[in-house]
Design a protein around this ligand. Structure first.
Ligand SMILES: *Cc1c(COP(=O)(O)O)cnc(C)c1O
Length: 379
């Protein structure tokens, strides 16, 4: 089955009890048993919920995995991955990653004796150099946030496999429509489904997808044992969002390409970060591992004072100034004070995340209106 068909049909059958075409919201915490231990496969809703089960089957299909495990947020999904490790183990993570992922690794897991190091992953050889006997997990995010660097998933996963190290790819920025890390050798794919998968900025949700039975079983155990599960209403909203995932992401990528070119030609713009440019250092790898180049665009201004950037960000009318990304509506954001405020300033500057960097999540509005909005605010 091709992607668009999977998005609409994979795992989804009319409800056997009523024939409802759309998956019902099973708003229940428990299920009747005819005799102790005799039931229809559902006992208690932290452990199993039919709405969630349908979503998990659908997500597994979208990432070409065998199992998906859903959580109440992307960071709850990360929490489960980290719990596969033990104290004394070490995580190697890409040096430009989601601020909340960094915060959890350093400030939560650091206290429990799990060490995380943040390294340049843009050459696979460098990853191999950084591996120590304690390294048990390699954490990839690509395209990275907010600098939109590209990590070669296949190359890094091949090195990890050679050393017996588990890999997890945060695929939130690409979405399963653009990139499928399990096909490139990753062990675990993570999504903040809050973003493109949900797609309408109305729900917080996370998931993991795997294709190994033992890993699936360990993660299902953690889902149930730790309990950060999504409610059935949230699972329904994610299922609804997925039905148009391919259409939304495709249009958003087209809009982003037009906007990136507009910004690159603008006299007040110093630099545009978008992997679709042939001059982008990760362009060839992006071409190889992604279907399109994504709908996130970051840029820096010629007058790179914080005040100037604040002026631009506060004067757009269609681009809403807000955290998050991946919805149908376009957003504009300031990573240094918003999404990445939890990363120390020196660490931010080291990867090029200046105080004047502006990040766009391009939506699916008419691109001419979006460009007019940027033109006006830049002026
Ligand atoms: C938002 C985000 C997360 C965290 O997901 P939540 O659903 O907000 O917990 C993780 N990684 C990336 C790349 C994100 O954008």
């Amino acid at each position: 089955m091709k992607f668009a068909t999977k998005a609409i049909h994979a795992g989804i059958e009319p409800d056997p009890s009523t024939g409802a075409v759309m998956t019902p919201i099973f708003q229940t915490s428990t299920y009747a048993q005819t005799a102790p231990g005799e039931h229809k496969g559902y006992e208690y809703a932290r452990t199993q919920n039919p709405t969630r089960s349908v979503l998990e089957k659908n997500l597994a299909a979208l990432e070409n995995g065998t199992d998906a495990i859903c959580f109440s947020s992307g960071l709850a999904a990360q929490d489960a991955v980290m719990k596969l490790l033990s104290s004394g183990d070490e995580v190697l993570a890409v040096n430009d990653l989601y601020g909340g992922s960094y915060r959890q690794m350093v400030r939560v897991w650091g206290q429990w004796g799990l060490k995380s190091r943040f390294i340049d992953m843009y050459t696979a050889a460098n990853v191999e150099r950084e591996i120590t006997p304690a390294t048990k997990l390699i954490w990839i995010e690509t395209p990275t946030n907010p600098m939109l660097n590209i990590v070669d998933i296949a190359a890094v996963c091949a090195i990890a496999r050679k050393h017996g190290i588990m890999t997890c790819v945060d695929n939130t920025f690409a979405s399963p429509y653009l990139q499928n890390p399990l096909d490139l050798g990753a062990d675990i794919v993570l999504h903040s489904a809050t973003k493109y998968i949900g797609g309408h900025s109305d729900v917080v949700h996370g998931c993991l997808v795997v294709k190994d039975a033992e890993l699936a079983q360990r993660l299902h155990f953690l889902q149930n044992a730790c309990g950060a599960v999504p409610g059935p209403q949230d699972c329904f909203l994610i299922l609804r969002g997925i039905k148009t995932l391919h259409l939304r992401v495709q249009r958003a990528c087209e809009n982003a390409a037009t906007i990136a070119q507009f910004l690159a030609a603008h006299p007040k713009v110093e630099k545009v970060y978008w992997p679709g440019f042939a001059s982008h250092p990760g362009h060839e790898i992006a071409k190889k591992q992604m279907r399109m180049f994504g709908a996130m665009v970051s840029f820096d201004l010629k007058d790179n004072s914080l005040e100037n950037a604040v002026k631009v960000m506060s004067s757009t009318e269609l681009f809403t100034l807000a955290e998050s990304l991946g919805g149908v509506e376009s957003l504009i954001g300031h990573p240094a004070s918003m999404t990445h405020a939890s990363i120390p300033r020196e660490a931010r500057l080291k990867v090029g995340l200046t105080d004047s960097l502006i990040r766009l999540s391009v939506g699916v509005e008419d691109v001419e209106d979006l460009i007019e909005d940027l033109e006006r605010s830049l002026a």
